[in-house]
Design a protein around this ligand. Structure first.
Ligand code: ATP
Length: 332
């Protein structure tokens, strides 16, 4: 596979965390060539396109994208650039690992959950209308094809990573047809994986269980909206959005991004935590077969966090993004 990757710099804290992550990848000897593009609100104001054609063409050529957060400006006709990218390239599997780090103090220890979020349908299908001026309608779409592939990916991951259990999260007691279909398909596919425990839970119960006994969860597979909400919750269990990476995988393309948004409230202050984006880059290195480089970076981050003297403000420290980046590079 090509070692040339496409990088979208994005908005808000996007450019800051991208610079740090690329500096760390280079210092770790990742051996990558980057095609870097400015995308999003700033690009739209400067050149009239949110994502320039060359940026799409680069991703279509390289197949691997490291994408920092993008703000979708209001009034541009796009509902969400993030949703558009996932649908355009059929990046159906959004994989979000939330793992406790001993150095980050939270009320919860021993969390190690991987959320498989279906990325292309559900209430994100974009079918919305005003029935009359006081009534709006959004249609939830659940299909066998999209459910089967995300559920199968979750079980395959469990087998390959030596995990024990997959939990299907749904609300089939109320949405008997749509969520009922998702749950039924889950148990059909579970039969192909007798070595993995399969269970299902209702989403509201899961929200409560996650803050009472998060250690019971191993791999979670769920629909788009529940996955969005529960993964932000999971980030809270491990220390916040600055620590939750993700990959978005389809059969042809792969996109790696932090779960957080562009954090406009801290943009330009040089204090953003680049860890979630850096760990997303590590998932990208693993996708490219560069496991040793990913492990080296993960070790350096763990050492810096364990040392505790150079932490960004979201983790209770006072370091800048650049100081944190330098501390990681020093450990490499
Ligand atoms: P979106 O809708 O795109 O997810 P949002 O505005 O809902 O965006 P975020 O941009 O993710 O949410 O920000 C939520 C909060 O988390 C903000 O207070 C932001 O400053 C904080 N935050 C997000 N990412 C980071 C980060 N990498 N480092 C520090 N704080 C962060």
């Amino acid at each position: 596979m090509s070692d040339v990757i496409t990088v979208f710099k994005g908005d808000g804290i996007g450019p800051e965390i991208t610079d740090s992550v690329l500096a760390i990848l280079n210092a770790a000897g990742a051996g990558l060539t980057y095609e870097i593009f400015s995308v999003g609100a700033a690009e739209y104001e400067a050149h009239g396109a949110l994502i320039p054609d060359e940026a799409f063409a680069s991703f279509e050529k390289n197949k691997v994208l490291l994408k920092s957060p993008i703000t979708t400006p209001l009034g541009t006709g796009f509902r969400s650039l993030n949703v558009m990218m996932r649908k355009k390239y059929d990046l159906y599997a959004n994989i979000r690992p939330a793992k406790s780090n001993a150095a980050i103090k939270t009320p919860f220890g021993g969390v190690d959950i991987v959320i498989f979020r279906e990325n292309t349908e559900d209430l994100y299908a974009g079918i919305e209308e005003m029935v009359d001026e006081n009534t709006a309608r959004s249609i939830k779409v659940i299909t066998r094809k999209c459910s089967e592939r995300i559920i199968r990916d979750a079980f395959d991951y469990a087998v390959n990573q030596g995990r024990k259990k997959v939990t299907c999260v749904h609300k089939a007691n109320i949405m008997k047809l749509s969520d009922g279909l998702f749950r039924n398909i889950f148990y059909e596919i579970a039969k192909e994986y007798p070595q993995i425990t399969a269970e299902d839970k209702i989403v509201d119960n899961v929200a409560m269980q996650l803050v009472m006994h998060p250690q019971q969860f191993d791999v979670i597979v769920t629909e788009n909206l529940y996955g969005d909400i529960l993964s932000d919750l999971a980030s809270g269990l491990i220390g916040g959005l600055g620590l939750l990476p993700s990959s978005n995988l389809g059969s042809d393309y792969a996109m790696f991004e932090a779960v957080h948004g562009s954090a406009p409230d801290i943009a330009g202050k040089g204090i953003a935590n680049p860890t979630a984006f850096l760990w997303s880059a590590c998932m990208m290195l693993e996708h490219l077969g560069k496991n040793e480089t990913a492990a080296k970076i993960r070790r350096a981050v763990d050492e810096v966090l364990a040392d505790g003297s150079v932490m960004t403000p979201d983790l209770g420290g006072s370091a800048t993004t650049k100081e944190y980046e330098a501390a990681i590079i020093a450990r490499l």
